[in-house]
Design a binder for this molecule. Structure first.
Ligand code: O2Y
Ligand code: MN
Length: 583
């Protein structure tokens, strides 16, 4: 008798023939399995026990020093036609890609255990969720996937019911950067990743599945897979608006998702709820609104800079049952990173060497914590809701030292899509390569869109249908600097002031001034009670720099032209309309 698991069993057998593991282990996600893996990793040094009094159930992993971030130059989207991957992706023909990477996989698991991880991205009972199976030879990946996804028996049961799943094959290989490749085959719903054990390169449910493959599936099925946090803002009357926000990597999405309202807001009864900090899947509901789920079950957050001041909710979340990767440690084995600001000092750096500030930071700038979302004090009950949450506003943001004001609102959906498509940001340590260089990062999806951006912009535009109740679209910039090179906006909890203005705009209750780039508030339109802003800050954060925007729009035009004739005419028209208004 055939079973819906036949395809899975055949694929596992094929992979085992190729990689030749000593043992095959099907992960059930149980506590016993997790405990056994942990003992094994402690014994072989993959994990280091942290102070169990201060951080019960928490461990440190040190990745290979050459394997500390995503590798965009080694990441490929392998569509039959190069044009379908677009200029935004590295491309290889599928047959060539399979041949190249299978040569690396050949015999690579000899003497090792091959783990088969069935997982579900999204609440196990949600129609918006999608399943995958990752095959890996890394127990560290298994431990992380157990936190980041709904992994094990329930996921396998859903795969058996549905029969479909994304196939992810991963091996750490020799951890040699010369023998490292991350390949995506959207038409086959398949991923192959070799030679890295780190984060997004290795936890295939995250960037590879939930963004690159899912964005392709989403386009075919009429939904959106986005690099966005999701948060809920509850007003003193108990009404909650949900906001999805896209920021490039390491621009504070986790901090915003876990925002703690300023004192005055807390007193008045405002609350902020976390649904997700990195990825958002959303689709139109019967009422025409967009409904969103967080496909992940945990946070893989940047450690440096996380403190009681910047993100008390994250800090509370990671007091127990957390895997730390590439952080420093104190004399009594507590995790430590730059900016933790807890009065302790590191003695050992992320490479396991005695800490010497002249040599390197204690924690790698892209060091991480992996923790279950359920440990976050602000985690929303609605995060587990099968139908998802209705989105009132979409926010795009970048790290821009100059020109871009604190906040503006797009005129309509088409303008909003252009605002997203034109996003630019200064690069961070989340990927290998130069830091601090301004690059275009449409919808914060530059490293993650699994197909041609021109088609992706078209897909976004297609949501503007009769009957649609689309969210309002905004752009924010928390990173504007003054003459002295210092940030002008306090950020963190005070960002709620900006989000409140957005909600008032959604409800038709706040003022704004129309400019060619969209609707801008004045400083008086926001609640700035208790915020000390200099005159320079007020003028700069709420100002509109005509000449600068003229140049910016010329740059946006040049950028969009790179996508050639596939670019939707409506987007080009919108860019030209605004450029003309600025002329
Ligand atoms: O996945 C990595 O290797 C680090 S990058 C990362 C981790 C968590 C969430 N987002 C990102 C990102 O690069 O956007
Ligand atoms: Mn991210």
């Amino acid at each position: 008798m055939t079973s819906k698991l036949d395809r899975l069993n055949e694929w596992v057998a094929d992979v085992a023939r190729l990689t030749r593991p000593a043992v095959i282990h099907w992960c059930d996600g149980s506590d016993a399995e997790s405990a056994a893996l942990r003992e094994q990793m402690l014994a072989d040094g993959t994990l280091i026990e942290l102070n169990q009094q201060t951080h019960p159930g928490s461990y440190l992993h040190r990745s290979h020093p050459d394997d500390v971030a995503r590798v965009e130059h080694l990441t490929f989207v392998c569509t039959p036609e190069r044009e379908d991957a677009g200029p935004n992706n590295h491309w290889m023909a599928p047959a060539d890609a399979h041949a190249r990477i299978d040569a690396l996989f050949d015999g690579c698991m000899q003497g090792r255990t091959m783990y088969v991880i069935p997982y579900c991205m999204g609440p196990i009972d949600s129609p918006l969720s999608r399943c995958g199976v990752e095959i890996t030879d890394s127990p560290y990946v298994v431990a992380n996937m157990r936190i980041m996804t709904r992994m094990g028996v329930p996921a396998l049961a859903r795969i058996e019911r549905e029969g479909s799943f994304v196939k992810g094959l991963h091996s750490i290989g020799e951890l040699d950067p010369e023998r490292r490749l991350i390949m995506h085959f959207p038409e086959e719903l398949a991923i192959k990743s070799y030679g890295s054990g780190y984060g997004g390169n290795a936890l295939l449910g995250k960037k590879c599945h939930a963004l690159r493959i899912a964005s392709h599936q989403a386009r075919q099925e009429g939904w959106l897979a986005e690099h966005m946090l999701i948060l809920g803002i509850e007003n003193p009357q108990g009404q909650t608006h949900y906001i999805a926000a896209a920021f490039p990597s390491a621009c504070g999405k986790t901090n915003l998702a876990m925002l703690i309202p300023p004192e005055g807001y807390r007193r008045d009864g405002w609350k902020v709820w976390t649904i997700g900090d990195d990825i958002c899947w959303m689709r139109p509901g019967a009422d025409g609104r967009l409904y969103a789920i967080n496909p992940e079950a945990g946070f893989f957050g940047v450690a440096p800079g996380t403190s009681a001041k910047s993100n008390a909710n994250a800090l509370a979340s990671i007091q127990s049952n957390t895997i730390f990767t590439n952080v420093g440690i104190t004399a009594d084995q507590q995790p430590w990173w730059e900016g933790i600001d807890n009065g302790l000092a590191p003695v050992t750096d992320w490479r396991g060497e005695p800490f010497d500030s002249a040599k390197r930071p204690a924690a790698h700038p892209n060091s991480r914590f992996t923790v279950s979302a359920k440990q976050c004090p602000s985690y929303s009950d609605m995060a587990e809701d099968a139908q998802g949450v209705p989105i009132s506003a979409i926010v795009f943001g970048g790290r821009r030292a100059s020109l871009v004001p604190l906040v503006f609102e797009a005129r309509d959906w088409t303008h909003g899509v252009l605002v997203g498509a034109a996003m630019g940001s200064e690069t961070t340590a989340a990927a290998t390569g130069a830091v601090g260089v301004m690059r275009r990062d449409p919808m914060a999806m530059k490293p993650f869109c699994g197909y041609n951006f021109a088609d992706y912009f078209g897909h976004w535009l297609s949501f503007d249908q009769p009957g649609a109740q689309l969210p309002k679209v905004f752009h924010v910039n928390w990173f504007r600097k003054g003459e002295n090179g210092k940030f002008l906006w306090p950020g963190f909890g005070d960002n709620l002031r900006v989000l409140e203005w957005m909600i008032q705009r959604v409800e038709g209750r706040a003022a704004a001034t129309e400019t060619p780039i969209g609707h801008l508030p004045t400083a008086d339109d926001l609640n700035l009670d208790g915020v000390a802003l200099s005159d320079e800050a007020r003028e700069t954060l709420f100002g509109f720099e005509h000449a600068g925007w003229q140049a910016e729009f010329a740059g946006i035009g040049e950028y969009l032209a790179e996508y050639g004739p596939r670019l939707p005419q409506a987007l080009l028209d919108e860019q030209r309309r605004i450029a003309a208004a600025l002329a």
